[in-house]
Design a protein around this ligand. Structure first.
Ligand SMILES: Cc1cc2nc3c(=O)[nH]c(=O)nc-3n(C[C@H](O)[C@H](O)[C@H](O)COP(=O)(O)O)c2cc1C
Length: 220
């Protein structure tokens, strides 16, 4: 039985969000294919995630110098305790579904805050003489993203930092990225959906439904 985390960063209701509805289609297909797997859904816009601030930095400093967790200040304990729970939940999982909208060329700030809580030295990566090395080998991730504009080609091709960032972080942690599923040009698509056929949109959902088998395939 694999443990799957579905991590979403979108304040919209699912029926107004392309990325959330793609994720829902993916999870439905995944549940059918792997009914015994345990799926935990983390809605980051309903989750209090501490930012890395002066309390977190001073707590990390003190812990590194050998201070006991109990000897930290209340603010430090609170924030670092919460972050520890999130990274422990992350390391206990086997598969990750990251779901984001493209916001200002990147991921929403809640997703960035989450990533700051899971990139932890000694837990998800370590430093070696050759540089940092991920500790999450054998795990798999996918990224589902919706974009208003077009980035796969054209003048904005080099300006997309959301999918590139998620893939970069997964690779940094040693997680194999099984796929990115991108729906782009959705602002035009929305106008087209209102005026004509939703063929392109249905095509995306078909693709996302065919993904679970790829996600389940053994690493080669
Ligand atoms: C705050 C904000 C910033 C956005 N920035 C971009 C952007 O930089 N590039 C883009 O193509 N679309 C941008 N969009 C449009 C969204 O990517 C688009 O609406 C997409 O469908 C969002 O995904 P969702 O439908 O799952 O919410 C932005 C939307 C919002 C609300």
């Amino acid at each position: 039985m694999a443990k799957v985390l579905n991590i979403t960063a979108n304040p919209k209701p699912v029926e107004y969000s392309y990325s959330l509805s793609m994720a829902q289609a993916f999870l439905e297909a995944y549940r059918q294919e792997s009914p015994n797997d345990e799926i935990t859904e983390i809605d980051l816009y309903e989750t209090d995630i501490p930012f890395v601030d002066k309390y977190v930095l001073s707590a990390w400093d003190k812990l590194q110098q050998g201070t006991d967790f109990d000897a930290l200040s209340d603010a430090e304990k609170n924030k670092v305790g919460q972050m520890n729970q999130m990274v422990d939940q992350f390391t206990a999982a086997d598969k990750y579904v990251f779901v984001t909208p493209l916001w200002n060329l990147s991921v929403p700030p809640k997703m960035k805050a989450y990533i700051d809580t899971i990139c932890i030295v000694g837990k998800t990566f370590k430093y070696t003489e050759q540089g940092p090395v991920g500790l999450m080998n054998g795990k798999k991730g996918i990224h589902i993203q919706a974009r208003g504009g077009m980035y796969s080609e054209g003048p904005a091709k080099d300006l997309e930092f959301g999918d590139r960032y998620i893939r970069g972080i997964l690779s940094f942690l040693g997680v194999e990225t099984a796929a990115s599923v991108i729906a782009e040009g959705m602002l035009q698509c929305r106008i087209r959906l209102m005026t004509s056929s939703p063929r392109r949109w249905n095509g995306r959902n078909r693709r996302v439904r065919s993904l679970p088998s790829r996600f389940n395939k053994q690493q080669g």
